[in-house]
Design a binder for this molecule. Structure first.
Ligand code: NOJ
Length: 467
């Protein structure tokens, strides 16, 4: 972990497919989301109109992103987390490198550094190269080599300047949520959000391959004596048991914790898998076996830091019809955030749990943020009022700092997101930005949360200043 200061980084996060656009520009190949949105038209089935990432918020254009970096400076960001489009770098996912794509990212890194902003680079944020996805994606064991080889190209290109790499973003949501929704839509199922136990069992080997790819990539990073740190960004959902007097509900909540939280956490810090979750998956899919040699690879390559993506806790009860008997409850809050009930104390408690159960590793909050719909996006003269988002960010930043004071080794906090952008199956209908984007004109307008976050960062910079 040479070359990284222990300074706390205030930042914001984004992902290539959600912001870049230029889907056929600059030699970029296609990713699975280009297929999902342009061919399978999955967003149209959800929002009624076809939304794609073809143009997004156009950050592939340097003139645009330089203006955006200007806003980052205004905001006072220390760091910006973004992801690389794998097929912009390797159009086919393997083999031929696209020099134009590499140059684009290399320049972006230089432009950030020139603005005094630390780049945090995610290698994979769900945009699997389309051809390789058709060959099985993470289900294909060759994906371990595909990914490590892609990472090596990135380390060659950016490793001299980037000190924070994140291998994958939210593997569970990619494999056990988005891909299953797409599968259900393709099959014409009436309830695309309802998954079966059989589907969960079928996806398990893909998750295992991804965790192996993570381990092999960490090994590659170390083999090179790369400066800096490498981590993984996990979607962590503290589970809350609904009606806990029923033992079946308690068991469902424990299993949910095993599947979503403990599986990747145990893997990347302890080199083990949680027996309860693995046994439940194996009961559905007897072909899912975990060779000891694979576990040895995982054990030998723990990550340097944990990226925590936190939005809300998961409210769980037992439902025999749900996948592995799990049912997640709807959001009970009167004012509903898209990504679940607003519970900042659950973030604090999660950070304490990571401190106590996983050896107090360096942690970066790699995503935290909210969208509440039109009622929290109200134009008022030049300002856009989003008091609920502003309040959400303030309370979660405070929860983070409190955990830090209690000894958690927290190195930064990134808001999702700086800009409104393409919110996957919901297309452009769900805004998460501190900056409003007019998706027709690309005009950017800071919201109330932008100013709140700016004040918060400024106050903490003042407090942290020497003397
Ligand atoms: C998590 C994902 O990593 C990100 O891509 C998404 O937009 C946010 N959550 C908001 O839902």
């Amino acid at each position: 972990m040479a070359g990284v200061a222990k300074q706390f980084l205030w930042g914001a996060a984004s992902a290539a497919y959600q912001v870049e656009g230029g889907w056929q520009d600059g030699g970029r190949g296609l990713c699975k989301w280009d297929i999902y949105t342009n061919e399978e038209r999955i967003t149209e089935k959800v929002v009624g109109v076809q939304h794609t990432g073809n143009v997004a918020i156009n950050t592939q254009d340097r003139a645009q992103y330089l203006k955006d970096i200007g806003l980052m400076r205004d905001l006072g960001l220390d760091a910006y987390r973004f992801s690389l489009s794998w097929p912009r770098i390797l159009p086919e996912g393997t083999g031929q490198v696209n020099g134009e794509g590499v140059d684009y990212y290399s320049r972006f890194v230089d432009d950030l550094l020139a603005a005094g902003i630390t780049p945090l680079v995610t290698l994979y944020h769900w945009d699997f190269p389309a051809g390789l996805f058709a060959d099985g994606g993470w289900h294909n064991r060759a994906s371990i080599d595909w990914f490590r080889d892609y990472a090596a190209v990135v380390f060659d290109a950016l490793g001299d300047r980037v000190r924070h790499f994140i291998t994958m973003n939210e593997p569970f949501i990619d494999i056990f949520y988005m891909d299953l929704i797409a599968e259900n839509m393709r099959a014409g199922r009436s309830e695309p959000y309802r998954f079966t136990s059989e589907q969960y069992g079928r996806q398990a080997p893909a998750m295992h391959n991804l965790l192996l790819a993570n381990a092999e990539t960490v090994a590659e990073f170390r083999r090179r004596g790369q400066e800096g740190m490498i981590g993984i960004a996990l979607p962590l959902y503290p589970t809350v048991t609904l009606d806990p007097e029923k033992p079946a509900n308690v068991a469902a909540a424990k299993l949910t914790d095993g599947l979503i939280n403990r599986w990747p956490l145990d893997a990347v810090f302890k080199g083990t898998y949680p027996q309860d979750a693995i046994a439940a998956l194996q009961a559905e899919n007897p072909d899912f076996v975990v060779p000891e040699a694979d576990m040895a690879t995982i054990r030998a390559n723990p990550v340097d830091f944990l990226g925590v993506n936190f939005y809300s806790p998961a409210l769980v009860r037992h439902d025999p019809a749900g996948p592995l008997g799990i049912d997640r409850d709807a959001n009970p809050d009167a004012i509903k955030s898209f990504n679940g009930p607003v519970r900042p104390e659950a973030l604090h408690d999660l950070l304490i749990r990571i401190r106590d159960e996983f050896g107090n590793p360096p942690v970066m909050i790699t995503e935290n943020g909210a969208g509440f719909g039109d009622g929290d996006e109200v134009r008022d003269g030049d300002l856009i009022r989003d008091p609920h988002r502003a309040d959400y960010i303030r309370r979660h930043a405070e929860a983070t700092l409190r955990a830090r004071q209690e000894g958690c080794d927290i190195r930064g906090y990134m808001v999702w997101s700086l800009f409104d952008n393409f919110e996957w199956i919901q297309g452009y209908t769900r805004r998460f930005g501190m900056v409003h984007v007019d998706f027709d004109t690309q005009e950017r307008t800071p919201k109330q949360s932008f100013f709140l976050y700016r004040d918060l960062i400024a106050r903490h910079h003042r407090d942290a200043a020497p003397g």
